[in-house]
Design a protein around this ligand. Structure first.
Ligand code: NAD
Length: 484
């Protein structure tokens, strides 16, 4: 049994909060204990982060910080197998996914933001003055201070370093609250921070749940200067309310109910390959995943049949086996939620083209398994079609015209991402501009250039991170005006 400790001021410490069990989703077994932070521990973590701003970290030049960020990337890669095993034990996700996406991207985030901070510049304006001497304005980026980083469980290391890397690149200090489902890689990163010489107090980790616990203690803490959060929209609303006290800036990456739009001129094979991943990758636990599919009527049956075959083609099993392509859901609670939608689909009269229940998993009966599922035949206001499920499932609706497809895709309170499949060049541009989302993919899905703006519109979030957009959140721009 591993015990996950809090990491405060460079030291692993037991917290004053309750002790939580850590489950292996593949079997449901308790494999670890999480020592939750109490309010005093969160105070200590924020205090350490504040003090570190005044220490050697606060005096470091950008090249010195960049050198440390690169060492962090190398440090994760040097312990790649340990990070991989930790992520797999927490999430049950297959090695084939975690070794290609979670851990490499977790490390790469540090190099990406090292490059970004080295190559970004700010604006300069010369101005005229009545005495003819003139003045010069230039803007400098200064760190915001102590950043609270609150993370979900679906891509634990990747999404955490997506925030920690730019925050540190900009000279801030952080207090991270990982999900209570996935404490391992954030804790392990504490060891790497110490090993590469990140000064104490720059990176802190507090464990526990949200309301009435570490998450709330951290986001309501008056000495936190900014909050970056990825998770559910409802939690985002609570965090925004917490941030109103003291008028702290927030960056919110929230839920989605993303639509895929498939036109009859799309290449069917490429589309099925891409859309199959969009619906089922990571057992559907991807904020960018596609749970609503709109398919032009002429290809509807062929597409639905092809997607059902994809769903049935997944190999569920031991996540450490390289041949496994789908793991379980993350927790018993989450499976209960996803299954409640499977029940609603059945009760609502959906046609089930694949899956629809719990698979029989010999030897893994206690795990949180679920079948990848494809439905048709429900109306747009059915809960399965309108609410975020966050499971390996999707519903297909036929459409006739481009206008109808755009209207259907936009009929959602969410606005995170879309993927549009067509060989019509003008149509691709036209439709991409009309879908109310932060990210529109054409003939691909989850193809990410980390310099690009990432975030959601409507109830899917506030702000953009990625490239220079992350610098906008993790720094204050200060204008200096010099009379010449
Ligand atoms: P969640 O909102 O339940 O929890 C996220 C984090 O917030 C956890 O660490 C949790 O402990 C903490 N938390 C919960 N209540 C809190 C409170 N009142 N105050 C402070 N902290 C609190 O989300 P989840 O179930 O972990 O993750 C799944 C959700 O995340 C889905 O809705 C998914 O769409 C979303 N997500 C969005 C993106 C994106 O980039 N937009 C990426 C990944 C996941």
């Amino acid at each position: 049994m591993t015990t996950y400790m809090n990491f405060i001021d460079g030291v692993f410490v037991r917290g004053g909060g309750e002790s939580l069990p850590n489950h292996f989703p593949t079997t449901g077994e308790v494999i670890g204990e999480i020592s939750s932070a109490g309010r005093a521990d969160v105070d200590a973590a924020v205090g350490a982060a504040r003090a570190a701003l005044k220490g050697p970290w606060g005096r470091m030049s950008i090249p010195e910080r960049v050198a440390l960020l690169r060492k962090l990337a190398d440090g994760i890669n040097a312990r790649f197998e340990e990070f991989l095993a930790a992520e797999i034990r927490d999430t049950g996700k297959p090695r084939s996914i975690a070794s290609h996406i979670d851990i490499p991207r977790g490390a790469a985030n540090f190099n990406v933001f090292a490059d970004q901070i080295l190559t970004s510049s700010t604006e300069t304006f010369e101005m005229a003055t009545p005495d003819g001497a003139g003045a010069l304005n230039y803007a400098v980026r200064v760190p915001r201070g102590v950043i609270a980083v609150v993370c979900p469980w679906n891509l634990p290391l990747l999404l955490m370093t997506w925030k920690v890397a730019p925050a540190l690149a900009c000279g801030n200090t952080v207090v991270v609250k990982p999900s209570e489902e996935t404490p391992a890689t954030a804790t392990l990163l504490g060891e790497v921070m110490n090993a590469v010489g990140i000064p104490r107090g720059v990176y802190n980790v507090v464990h526990g749940t949200g309301p009435g616990a570490a998450g709330e203690f951290l986001t309501t803490h008056p000495d936190v200067d900014g909050i970056t959060f990825t998770g559910e929209t409802r939690t985002g609303e609570a965090i925004m309310r917490a941030a109103a006290g003291g008028v702290r800036p927030v960056s919110l990456e929230l839920g989605g109910k993303n639509a895929g739009i498939i036109f009859d001129d799309a290449d069917l094979e490429t589309t099925l390959e891409g859309i199959g991943r969009a619906c089922f990758a990571n057992t559907g636990q991807v904020c960018l995943g596609t749970e609503r599919l709109y398919v032009q009527r002429g290809i509807f049956d062929r597409l639905a049949e092809g997607l059902a075959a994809k769903a049935k083609g997944y190999r569920l099993g031991d996540p450490f086996d390289p041949a496994t392509t789908m793991g379980p859901l993350v927790s018993a609670e989450h499976r209960a939620k996803v299954l409640s939608y499977y029940d609603k689909a059945r009760a609502g009269g959906a046609t089930i083209l694949a899956g629809g229940g719990i698979p029989h998993m010999q030897g893994y009966e206690g795990g949180y398994w679920i079948e990848p599922t494809v439905w048709t035949g429900l109306s747009e206001d059915a809960p399965v079609v309108s609410e975020e499920i966050f499971g390996p499932c999707t519903h297909l609706t036929p459409f006739d015209s481009e206008e109808e497809a755009v209207m259907l895709a936009n009929d959602s309170p969410y606005g995170l991402a879309t993927s549009i499949w067509t060989n019509g060049l003008s149509r691709a541009h036209r439709v991409a501009r009309q879908i109310e989302v932060g990210i529109a993919w054409v003939n691909c899905w989850f193809l990410r250039d980390l310099r690009t703006p990432f975030g959601g519109s409507k109830a899917s979030g506030i702000g953009r991170e990625g490239g220079v957009h992350s610098l906008e959140f993790y720094t204050e721009l200060r204008n200096v005006c010099i009379k010449l």
